[in-house]
Design a protein around this ligand. Structure first.
Ligand SMILES: Nc1ncnc2c1ncn2[C@@H]1O[C@H](COP(=O)(O)OP(=O)(O)OP(=O)(O)O)[C@@H](O)[C@H]1O
Ligand SMILES: [Mg+2]
Length: 295
């Protein structure tokens, strides 16, 4: 059953977000006073040029980075003043993350890769296996439980990453350029999947992207430039089929763009290159520590 986003409660609210990064003369204001609210059942795109502050803002909304100024509330709980353990618990309970580069553990099967995220959220044993398998079925990978990442295609790897993000039923899913490494068909497949998860499982999904192929799946598109939100629009959406307990991709119609090339990434002048996004690094650390402690 699809729910109307207009009638949904806010699951995330952020006001007056400012973020300064770097040291000394290199210090910059990456986010310059952003207000944003996310509702259940809605797929929102955050679009803007390279260096405009998308990943930084996503990391703040995902409670990975703390803002220099401003407030964030997750499911009605203000994050300001929370101890690190309480913040980590809020993050694990309410937020799932998806990254461009999948971040799957190469030595773990698809089910194990999803299970480890459930582990971090405190779900273990037979229940964890059952939830991991269901999440994989939901993304159309019911036949790949025991496959290792090296034996999965790029689109399949990203679907395992989507399963990992949704397995513990977080109210918010944050995705940083989830289609950037995928070809047209797989890019559409992942976006269609995220749109269906938002509507049918009533999650709030925020996707950072440069990729105009994603526009047709969005309820809202927020444009950011130079650390500030400059506009918001509500584009026409592609129809999606209901989950109905079936594999989403198997049930969904395939829409393939005429242009099979990945979207060109506009670069902001003099944006320094970094090796690892902060949110990605933090989540990886969480997962690796958990894995070590289970070994
Ligand atoms: N740790 C850091 N130290 C200093 N500057 C940083 C740091 N992280 C990001 N920045 C700068 O902050 C600005 C915003 O970076 P951010 O990664 O949020 O951009 P983005 O919109 O995600 O870009 P892209 O599309 O290339 O991923 C950029 O100018 C970047 O160089
Ligand atoms: Mg980025």
């Amino acid at each position: 059953m699809s729910l109307n986003p207009a009638s949904q409660p806010l699951v995330l609210e952020a006001h007056g977000i400012v973020k300064e990064l770097g040291e000394g003369a290199g210090r910059i204001m990456a986010v310059k006073g952003v207000d944003i609210a996310l509702k259940s059942g809605e797929l929102t795109l955050l679009m803007g040029p390279s260096g405009s502050g998308k990943t930084t803002l996503l990391s703040i909304l995902g409670c990975i980075l703390s803002p220099t100024a401003g407030t964030v509330s997750i499911a009605g709980t203000p994050t300001a003043g929370l101890k690190p353990e309480a913040l980590a618990m809020l993050r694990r309970t309410h937020i799932g993350y998806i990254f461009q580069s999948y971040n799957l553990f190469p030595t773990l099967t698809a089910v194990e890769n999803v299970r480890i995220a459930l582990d971090v959220a405190g779900v273990t044993g037979a229940v964890a296996i059952q939830k991991a398998e269901q999440a994989l079925r939901d993304v159309g990978l019911g036949h790949k439980f025991t496959s290792y990442p090296a034996h999965l295609s790029g689109g399949e790897k990203q679907r395992v990453a989507v399963a990992r993000a949704i397995a513990s039923a977080p109210s918010i899913v944050l995705a940083d350029e989830p289609t950037a490494a995928l070809d047209s068909e797989n890019g559409h497949g992942v976006m269609r999947l995220l749109a269906q998860i938002a509507r049918e499982q009533n999650r709030s999904i925020l996707v950072v992207t440069h990729d105009s192929r994603t526009l047709m799946y969005a309820d809202r598109v927020i444009h950011i430039e130079d650390g500030k939100i400059v506009s918001e629009e509500h584009p026409a959406k592609a129809p999606v089929t209901e989950l109905s307990g079936k594999a989403i991709l198997a049930a969904a119609p395939v829409a393939v763009a005429a242009d099979n090339t990945p979207a060109e990434k506009p670069r902001r002048k003099s944006a320094p290159q970094r090796t690892k996004e902060p949110a990605e690094a933090k989540i990886l650390t969480d997962l690796i520590q958990k894995r070590k402690s289970n070994a």
